[in-house]
Design a protein around this ligand. Structure first.
Ligand code: ATP
Length: 364
């Protein structure tokens, strides 16, 4: 089921009558989520991810704009009538019910023509449980399950009604690091097996990048960029997106373009033919630095951290806007910790230029 958001906007009225400042939580969102894909809604706290998800679910009413599931305009429909499955961060299972009763609950609440015979309900509940691999635990209470198992029950409960769209709000936040990794793979598997269009909210860029077909990056209620995770990483539209994606994060410098060359301080570090002379903000991905004894970029070496396959080189440069530069280089590159400086050649496709005022990308 394709989901289309058309000029979707949510404005919360001010709580403070004096200041009168309203909050534009979601500002004129328009985008299309293709059928059967897993989409990660991504951005820092307060950027409007949850509000977007709740509007898609029907739990919150938009101030403006429309939501379509396929060709159906669902903007005015209640959550029960949209055909969604919703999973929250805190699982929200009924503690006094067994796993089986929790999963059956949404089916038992179906009314009128939607009502199902008991054996069909049971069959569906076991099918959903098998999909998330908890069919052995059907007679336990939630308190007798691990966090990861509880989250699987919550997913089974969302799947049992065979939703048109599955909505997941930070579903992994309450899990420890190992379980997070495992559960996100599970979510991906379940999504692929069912083919249900799934929208997944997270502030964790690594999580979103690793399992999403597409990511939607948001900032202060405004859509920044939408695309395949690798495409967005390789081709960020602005400085915010470049900084938000990537571990370690992108290194940011203040630079200047003169005569088709990019200068960081006095050093001409890269040819950027076609860019007019101007001041720029420069982003260089950690993997964009190649150690080179004759390289044009000269940094003060602080530390070399061995990470096995790669080496993390920590250095400083007067034009850097971060306290230190972190570059990831191949472990075969021998860099002596005792050296005062380290020289680099830059990989052009790992260097991005941005307008210093608007922070929009300048392409070269
Ligand atoms: P988080 O990752 O912290 O959950 P988020 O990206 O999901 O953040 P939202 O919860 O969608 O962000 O909130 C977006 C903005 O709307 C925030 O500034 C928030 O304070 C504001 N907001 C959310 N709900 C309400 C509300 N009921 N009344 C007033 N303002 C709200």
């Amino acid at each position: 089921m394709k989901v289309v958001l058309q000029n979707l906007t949510k404005i919360f009225p001010s709580r403070n009558k004096k200041s009168g400042e309203e909050v534009v939580a979601v500002n004129d969102f328009t985008f299309e989520i293709p059928d059967g894909k897993l989409i990660g809604l991504l951005g820092p706290s307060g950027c409007g991810k949850s509000t977007t998800l709740y509007m898609i679910s029907g739990l919150q009413k938009p101030t403006g704009g429309k939501i379509f599931f396929g060709d159906d305009d669902v903007t005015e429909l209640s959550p029960e009538n949209r055909g969604i499955g919703l999973v929250f961060q805190n699982y929200a299972l009924y503690p006094h019910m067994t796993v089986k009763q929790n999963i059956l609950f949404p089916l038992q609440n179906l009314k009128g023509a939607d009502k199902l015979p008991k054996d069909v309900m049971l069959e569906r509940a076991y099918e959903a449980a098998r999909l998330v691999q908890i069919d052995e635990l059907m007679d336990r209470k939630p308190s007798e399950l691990s966090g990861g198992q509880q989250q699987r029950v919550a997913i089974a409960r969302a799947l049992v009604k065979m939703p048109r769209v599955l909505l997941l709000d930070e579903p992994l936040s309450n899990l420890d690091a190992r379980l997070r990794l495992q559960t996100r793979e599970e979510i991906r598997r379940i999504q692929k097996e069912t083919g249900i269009t799934t929208i997944f909210v997270t502030h964790d860029q690594e999580e979103a990048m690793s399992i999403s077909d597409m990511i939607v990056v948001m900032k202060l209620g405004v859509l920044q960029q939408i695309g395949k995770p690798q495409d967005v990483y390789d081709d960020p539209a602005n400085l915010f997106v470049a900084k938000f994606l990537g571990t370690p994060p992108i290194n940011v410098f203040s630079g200047e373009v003169k005569g088709g060359k990019l200068y960081l301080g006095e050093q001409a570090v890269l040819d950027v033919a076609g860019v007019d002379d101007r001041k720029v903000t420069v982003g260089i991905r950690p993997e964009g630095f190649v150690p080179d004894a004759n390289g044009p970029m000269i940094c003060d070496l602080s530390n070399v951290e061995i990470m096995g396959r790669d080496v993390s080189v920590v250095s400083k440069h007067a034009a850097s806007l971060n306290p230190q530069i972190r570059s990831i280089v191949d472990a075969d590159c021998r860099i002596s910790v005792g050296d005062a400086t380290v020289r680099f050649t830059l990989k052009p496709h790992k260097v991005f230029l941005f307008d210093t005022e608007t922070e929009e990308r300048i392409r070269f």
